[in-house]
Design a protein around this ligand. Structure first.
Ligand SMILES: Nc1ncnc2c1ncn2[C@@H]1O[C@H](COP(=O)(O)OP(=O)(O)OP(=O)(O)O)[C@@H](O)[C@H]1O
Ligand SMILES: [Mg+2]
Length: 171
């Protein structure tokens, strides 16, 4: 049975990358965690070279052997055991943009995928009535507009779409 701690923590045991002295660590998940310490104390060795490196390695391992041949082999970091590791992205300590509106989402380009995801799975609710916004056919719109007595005249406008060409069956 899966340990409940798997979902709550990332558990690292025996991290030995660079100067790390066989350290054990339990990092709470879904929390904002800061690793702090003197320069050269091993923060990057833990975050990038151990945690992120192992996450990437497992991700690559999960791909097909065909896909892996293009990625090269990622070596296992010097650590005894890591558990509960989610897919990760790493942004290194460099200023790669001067745009003040840049966020983690935009600089990693995840934002574009998030927009697409929310557009596809999201439900739109009217801010006025709180009811879900649905797409309606023209006849339905006409009935609704007729019911709204204050609307006397209306125009229905829509983009002109090219005629759909029929698929030719060549077989
Ligand atoms: N690629 C490497 N190969 C061998 N040793 C390394 C490598 N990268 C870092 N080290 C050594 O590991 C130790 C920890 O370095 P690390 O970069 O993890 O520290 P840090 O806490 O991130 O420092 P900083 O605050 O300067 O970023 C240092 O002694 C460093 O010289
Ligand atoms: Mg560092």
């Amino acid at each position: 049975m899966a340990d409940n701690n798997d979902k709550k923590y990332i558990i690292i045991k025996g991290a030995k990358v660079h100067n790390l002295k066989n350290i054990d660590l339990k990092i709470p998940r879904n929390k904002f965690i800061v690793i702090t310490g003197l320069s050269g104390s091993g923060k990057s060795s833990l975050a990038f070279n151990t945690l992120y490196a192992e996450g990437q390695r497992r991700y690559v391992e999960s791909l097909s052997s065909y896909a892996r041949q293009f990625l090269g082999r990622i070596h296992k970091p010097e650590v005894d055991f890591i558990k509960g590791i989610p897919p990760a992205i790493a942004i290194e300590q460099k200023v790669n943009t001067r745009n003040p509106r840049s966020t983690v989402g935009t600089s990693t380009e995840i934002y574009d995928y998030m927009k697409l995801l929310f557009a596809r799975i999201g439900k739109t609710y009217s801010p006025k009535t709180g009811k879900p916004v649905k797409s309606r056919v023209l006849q339905m719109l006409q009935i609704i507009l007729h019911r709204l007595k204050q609307v006397q005249n209306y125009k229905y406008l829509r983009p002109l779409l090219p005629q759909k060409t029929e698929l030719k069956n060549n077989s």
